[in-house]
Write a protein that binds this ligand. Structure first.
Ligand code: NAI
Ligand SMILES: N[C@@H](CC=O)C(=O)O
Ligand code: NA
Length: 430
């Protein structure tokens, strides 16, 4: 039976995502009420610029005092789509203290302070949901937290940042320049308020921390995630990748060590074969593979950024949280019982594509090969191209630890015949 008293929602932030949340709440009001079992009412909208015209939003609901809004006491759910650490963190904490549950899209905050926020929610008997924080519209948090709760996840690998995938795709497929592609991604509402978060890999690293924590039932913070952005990927890297039948993607990879005793989480550009499903992920789409003991390999795919897709995930959480409130219950909280240590990058094992500038004379290849052998790094293929006494040498390795590869590269740099290390890129997905 439908409850007549509405559940009250406070919306914090009315930008790319917030404006879409408000629009869907209004246009789908009847369906949402039927699915929840009670109407949901937008009770207040906290903004920074109150004079801006916001279509479909009653100006009487608009306030610049987000703190007063979350402390009203009659709010059932606070939807936080401001972003950043403060004031979002204080507002969410105050929301719990004043009786509300919270839906957030804020991966930066969750990766930094997720444990404290979960503890605050639990202490107050409230929900903290954040499906929109990882991979936009793609259902990923809930499948990991609920559908796979009976399995053992060993690996999560994928493209989790729409902006950088959009840029890399444009650079690869149209030869567009980096800045031009970034400007377009920003205009389309994909980029973070400061797009450095996207291009330097902080956003993907925050998502990797959240995914690893949920997948492995442990705590992984942003600082635990190895991070390289994509600003140094060049047209020549794409050409090398094409020569190998590969393309380049910014990947997030979270793995459980083979002995199960630790985990790693990393974000960096990597070559992947064109035949791999991740190679065909275009534009701002995201795709994530989850590998578990019993399920085998699962793939999640869809729009990873943008106002409406992200609002879809927010609304899904809103419905879940409202249903929980009507039933006087809460959904699953943080599960970090495994308390696994997070190992550094040195422990990671993968393949490498290394491009060296060398002197074009007899014995150089043997010298280089010896350095690889001395560090226990086995070579898969070598390609040499020479011109005017100089040559470029492209070495692709078999699987080796990052520590062994780092040692190899340090030793290569010391060889007189090696003029420089032009690029090092990991090769994944084989
Ligand atoms: N845009 C996207 O594709 C996605 C965004 N997200 C996350 O959603 C959140 C919001 O992102 P966007 O909507 O894209 O950002 P945005 O910058 O378009 O919107 C944020 C809004 O919050 C307002 N704001 C800032 N401080 C405020 C305050 N103290 N009180 C009231 N309003 C305040 C800003 O004026 C702005 O309008 C961020 O955490 C972001 O990481 C998550 C997934 C996808
Ligand atoms: N800036 C982010 C937005 C979604 O999380 C991205 O590009 O993926
Ligand atoms: Na999602």
């Amino acid at each position: 039976m439908m409850r007549t008293r509405p559940l009250k929602v406070a919306l914090l932030g009315c930008g790319v995502v917030g404006s879409e949340v408000a629009r869907i709440m209004t246009t789908h009001a009847d369906d949402l009420a039927a699915r929840i079992g009670a109407p949901v009412e937008l009770a207040g909208v906290a903004v920074r610029r109150p004079s801006k015209v916001r279509e479909g939003i009653d100006p009487a609901l608009v306030t610049t005092d987000a703190t007063a809004l979350v402390k009203r006491g009659d709010i059932d759910v606070v939807v936080e789509v401001i972003g950043g650490i403060e004031p979002a963190r204080s507002l969410i904490t105050a929301a719990f203290e004043h009786g509300a549950s919270v839906v957030s899209a804020n991966k930066a905050l969750l990766a930094q302070d997720g444990a404290a926020l979960h503890a605050a929610a639990e202490q107050q008997g409230k929900d903290l949901y954040y499906e929109a924080a990882v991979a936009g519209a793609i259902p990923l948090i809930r499948p990991l937290r609920e559908s796979l709760a009976g399995d053992k996840v060993n690996r999560v690998l994928g493209i989790v940042n729409g902006t950088t995938n959009f840029i890399l795709d444009k650079m690869d497929s149209t030869g567009a320049g980096y800045q031009e592609a970034l400007d377009e991604a920003t205009a389309l509402g994909y980029a973070e308020a400061d797009p450095t978060a996207d291009v330097e890999g902080f956003d993907a690293a925050a998502k990797a921390a959240i995914l690893a924590g949920i997948a492995f039932h442990t705590r992984v913070r942003l600082d635990d995630v190895y991070r390289e952005g994509m600003t140094e990927v060049t047209a020549s890297d794409f050409a090398s990748a094409r020569n190998m039948g590969c393309t380049i993607k910014l990947l997030a990879i979270c793995e459980r060590a083979e002995d199960g005793g630790s985990v790693t989480a990393r974000v960096h550009p990597a070559m992947i074969p064109l035949s791999h499903p991740l190679a065909s992920v275009r534009g701002a789409y995201n795709a994530v593979f989850v590998e578990s003991d019993a399920s085998g390999q699962l793939m999640f795919y869809g729009p990873g950024a943008g106002g409406a897709p992200t609002a879809s995930a927010v609304l899904g959480d809103l419905v879940a949280v409202c249903r929980n409130r009507l039933n006087s219950t809460t959904g699953p909280g943080e599960s970090a019982y495994a308390a696994l240590p997070v190992s550094g990058m040195g422990q990671v094992v993968t393949r490498y594509h290394i491009s060296l500038d060398v002197a074009d004379k007899p014995g150089v290849l043997a010298q280089v090969a010896t350095v690889f052998a001395e560090h226990g790094v086995s070579i898969d293929t070598v390609r040499q191209q020479g011109k005017d006494g100089e040559a470029s040498l492209v070495v692709v390795t078999h699987r080796a630890s990052d520590a062994a590869l780092t040692g190899t590269v340090e030793a290569l740099r010391k060889l007189d015949t090696v003029r420089g290390v032009a690029s090092i890129m990991r090769v994944e997905g084989e």
